[in-house]
Structures are given as C-alpha cells and as structure tokens.
Design a protein around this ligand. Structure first.
Ligand SMILES: [Zn+2]
Length: 283
C-alpha cells in the first residue's frame, strides 16, 4: 500500500533537501498519468486537487479513485486539497479520508485566518491529517502582477506567529512566486525563505512553480522547500494533448487512443521534474 500522509512524504524530503512535486490532477487521466510517472521514476508524489475539481467530481469519488490508483503502486503518494478558502469544503474532504488540506485564509484578516486555520488543524488531527497554511496570498499573474512587491508583504514575524499559534504542518510563504504564467521574471525572496526555515525548522511549500527556472527551483529546495506546486504546466499539457492528437487524427474516433496519448503526454511532462527536484529514485 503506497497511500502516504503528507509528513511521510515531506519530512524525508525536507531532511535530505530534495523537493516533491505537487501536481494538480483534474480527472482520472491526469491522476493515472502522474502516478504512473512517479512509479516509473521511483519518486514520491503529491497529487493535489483544486476546490473547483472537488465540486466537479465530489470529494468521495476523487478519494476512492485516488485510493484505488495509488494503492496499486509501491511509491508513496498522497492526496492534498489545494487552496481551500471554505472551512466546510476542507472538513468535508477530511471527513471522507483525505489526509491533507491547504486551508487558505489569506483573503481574511489575520485574526480570522488564525482562528479558522487553528480550528481546521484541530479537526484534521482527529483524522490523522495535516494542514498547510497561508498568511499572505500567493498572487495570480492574471492580476497583472508578476510577483509580490516587497512593500506589500506582511512582516515575516506574522508568518512566524501564525505557524506557532495554528499548529500547521507546513507553510506556503510569500516569497515572490505567483500563480499562472509569469510575464516577467519574479523576484524571489530567498532570504525570507531561509529565515523562515532556520527559525521554524518547518518544510516550506512553493506555489506558482510553472515557469520558474531550474536554478530557482534548486536554490529554493536547498533552502528547505519540500513541496513545489505545479498546476498551470499540467493544465497546458492536458489541453494541448487533446488538441495535438485530434489535429493529427481528425477522423479516428478512438477515445482510448486519444486519452492514452494525453496520459502519455502527462507522463512525459512530469518525469524531468522528478529528476530536477531530486526526488527521482528516492522511493
Ligand atoms: Zn497555490
């Protein structure tokens, strides 16, 4: 059985300074492609799911599909709920057996975020599950901003207080990365990352991984980033996979060949990422 918890995957990565990729699966094709790639690379894997995807399929369907697929391979794989601003949705996933959630209260004021995150941590504990927390929102490039400007950041002390007062397992710190495609090279706050890790000894999470350079990834991993989120690149691979196959075979009408090609594109996209992050061969 290779279904693992988030700490079972992130603790060794943090200790040995390699990174584990967290890809946003949207369906069975992406989930199966990710798991097959992890098995091929002997890499641990984090499969994360957006709230939109939970609402589309249902928390139980996703969890059952995950347990079945991940239970067939010997590398450790975990299922994580990405950016969830709604405590009820997070609880509904934990209740049916998800082992990890990001409660994202970064849009709330600090006090409210602290209060609800602490509640979710307590709730998750009953199920042996872990919580990722976020204090400063990770921006979307679609807002027209390539990175967080330093002047907007909350003092790092607030992130430290938040970690101490909530009991979260890991943090998505504000280090200048952003969601979506980058229009300009982001300014990465390595010092902030280093200070947070040295002070808390806690594994950190990098959001907005699509489009960061190999050097940026490697440096962040060496500083203590143990989970690195890749969503946009997988969405592109998925959509392009369908268009490319259909353009090349417009009248074939063979769904299994079509989805097989897309699944194969997913495998091909993620294998080099395991290598880059140093997680290849670790499982
Ligand atoms: Zn994110």
């Amino acid at each position: 059985m290779s279904v693992a918890t988030l700490p079972e995957i992130m603790d060794p990565a943090f200790r040995e300074r390699y990174g584990v990729a967290a890809f946003n699966a949207v369906d069975d094709i992406t989930m199966d492609g990710l798991i097959k790639a992890a098995e091929q690379a002997r890499s641990p894997l984090i499969i994360q799911i957006s709230v939109k995807t939970v609402k589309f399929w249902g928390a139980e369907v996703i969890k059952d599909m995950f347990m079945n697929m991940a239970g067939r391979v010997s590398v450790p794989v975990t299922l994580h709920l990405d950016h969830c601003p709604d405590p009820e949705v997070a609880k509904s996933c934990l209740k049916v057996g998800w082992k990890s959630v990001l409660f994202d209260g970064s849009a709330l004021n600090y006090g409210e975020n602290l209060k609800i995150t602490r509640e979710i941590v307590q709730f998750a504990k009953q199920y042996g599950a872990s919580v990722e927390g976020e204090v400063v929102p990770v921006r979307g490039v679609e807002d027209g901003v390539g990175s967080d400007s330093v002047s907007d950041l909350l003092p790092v002390q607030m992130e430290l207080d938040f970690i101490r007062d909530t009991g979260i397992y890991c943090l998505a710190p504000a280090i200048g990365t952003a969601h979506g495609f980058y229009k300009a090279a982001p300014v990465i706050l390595y010092d902030r990352m280093q200070y947070l890790v040295e002070t808390t000894k806690m594994p950190m999470v990098v959001h907005g991984g699509t489009g960061l350079t190999d050097e940026v990834f490697k440096r962040l991993i060496s500083l203590g980033a143990a989970k690195l989120n890749i969503s946009t690149a997988l969405k592109k691979t998925f959509a392009d996979g369908f268009s490319n196959y259909l353009a090349a075979h417009p009248t074939e009408y063979d769904p299994l060949k079509l989805i097989g090609a897309v699944r194969n594109d997913v495998v091909k996209m993620v294998l080099p990422i395991f290598k880059l992050f140093g997680s290849e061969g670790r499982a």
